[in-house]
Ligand binder design. Structure first.
Ligand code: FDA
Length: 394
């Protein structure tokens, strides 16, 4: 089989890879995109409950975690949420803001994948699925890549293979292997935006409340996220927990404010004044899910009329309601994580072109790099911005 020659070979037809391919193709570069999965953009299809939270209008560099918090700035500034929205509108994809700047498709995330594939086609970029890479070698003028569909030769090689989360959607550590092969350092990886697990008495006392949801402020390591939380069979999930999970590390404390936005002490004193004969579990059930209010009073809070709660007990109860300490045993891991924290060290990659500082012509984009966004459309914005930056440079 003859070698397929191109200017740019992109490995990974996910969010960042497709954006890079269409951008490079629009500049007249001859582009090939290969993916080992049987479909392109599987994570896009799964995302946002099938409606793809494709960007966040409030994206700033502060919404990203990386050993180098400055690395993401240049690409984010050069390709903004408004740039992506312009493409979405040009393709007549209806969308809406859910909350906090998060934009979702009205109908289906399939529309985002179709838009990217159509743009690739219009720009002449060819996409091949079921194309696993067997070997990569660098010659004097480019990269020789052997695959299940024959040999490729490209002047530029773009690694857009994503992170380790959800292997069943095609995720692999292949991008990290390529980085290692070419002498790049990797920062330790761990699951981010992931449900947390509990053990011991917390798990025993809360497990049967699985399905109960409530607004909380979840705090760990100096970060605080106010949003909803969901109790699960094995622990806790929901947006507030997923957000804080990226900052939590084994052994760290995690606190929940169960009455976010109000001072628990003031609230308890008000109840004591206005509803002295009411049981604490009754008044608590007016501000918390009933089953959780009962469970708190069975195990952690005074189970009696509020008038019988003296000031020291009230202060203790307020402390628990305002900063309930959860003993977290771990995370649910890559099986359910939305992102991978860590990855290819950005110190050896240009923040402007995403080219390796070690190997000319080699680029890393998207989640394979040590840049991860908060929950809420930031990770796709990073994929679009880094893909666009590399696509403009290759
Ligand atoms: P991405 O994972 O998109 O693409 C990598 C591609 O490389 C895949 O097509 C894969 O098959 C391919 N590949 C991997 N190994 C390969 C190999 N060895 N050879 C060839 N190809 C290979 N973010 C957000 O902003 N809004 C949201 O709503 C969501 N929702 C969401 C839901 C779920 C369930 C998950 C798991 C994740 C999200 N995310 C999200 C995160 C978002 O999906 C993620 O950050 C981006 O898809 C990352 O884009 P990349 O292009 O870097 O990787």
């Amino acid at each position: 089989m003859a070698t397929i020659r191109c200017d740019v070979l992109v490995i990974g037809a996910g969010a960042a890879g497709l954006m890079c391919a269409l951008t490079a193709g629009q500049r007249g570069r001859v582009v090939q995109v290969i993916d080992h999965a049987n479909k392109v953009g599987k994570k896009i299809l799964m995302s946002g409950g099938g409606r793809c939270n494709f960007t966040n209008t409030g994206t700033t560099p502060a919404n990203f975690l990386s050993a180098n918090p400055h690395f993401c700035k240049s690409a984010l500034a050069r390709y903004s949420p408004a740039d992506f929205i312009e493409m979405v509108e040009r393709h007549r994809i209806a969308y809406h803001e859910k909350e906090l700047g998060q934009l979702f498709c009205d109908v289906s995330s399939k529309q985002i994948v179709k838009m990217l594939v159509d743009e690739c086609q219009a720009a002449g970029a060819q996409i091949r699925t079921d194309c696993a890479v067997q070997r990569i070698e660098r010659g004097s003028d480019g990269f020789h890549v052997d695959t299940a569909q024959g040999a490729f030769f490209a002047a530029s090689l773009v690694v857009a293979t994503g992170g380790l989360s959800i292997p069943s959607l095609g995720a692999s550590g292949f991008g990290h292997d390529i980085a290692r092969q070419f002498g790049h350092d990797l920062l330790p990886t761990r699951a981010g935006l992931v449900p947390l697990t509990l053990s011991g008495t917390h798990q025993q006392r809360l497990a049967d409340l699985s399905g109960v949801a409530l607004p909380v402020e979840a705090r760990s390591n100096g970060m605080a996220f106010r949003n909803s939380m969901l109790l699960t069979h094995r622990g806790v999930s929901g947006p507030a927990i997923l957000q804080v999970s990226s900052f939590w590390q084994p052994g760290d404390a995690l606190e929940l404010d169960l009455l976010p936005g109000q001072d628990a002490g003031d609230w308890l004193r008000r109840m004591k004044r206005d509803r002295p004969s009411a049981e604490l579990r009754t008044v608590l059930a007016e501000v918390l899910p009933k089953r959780l209010a009962q469970r708190l009073c069975e195990h952690w809070l005074p189970d009696r009329p509020v008038k019988q709660i003296d000031e020291p007990q009230l202060r203790q109860a307020a402390q628990l309601l305002g900063a309930f300490p959860l003993v977290v045993s771990g995370t649910e891991g890559y099986r359910t994580a939305e992102v991978t924290l860590g990855g290819v060290d950005t110190a050896q990659v240009s923040s402007s072109t995403f080219e390796s500082r070690r190997v000319p012509g080699l680029h890393f984009i998207g989640e394979v790099l040590d840049v991860s966004g908060w929950l809420g459309g930031y990770n796709f914005q990073w994929a679009w911005a880094s893909g666009h930056a590399a696509g403009s440079a290759v």
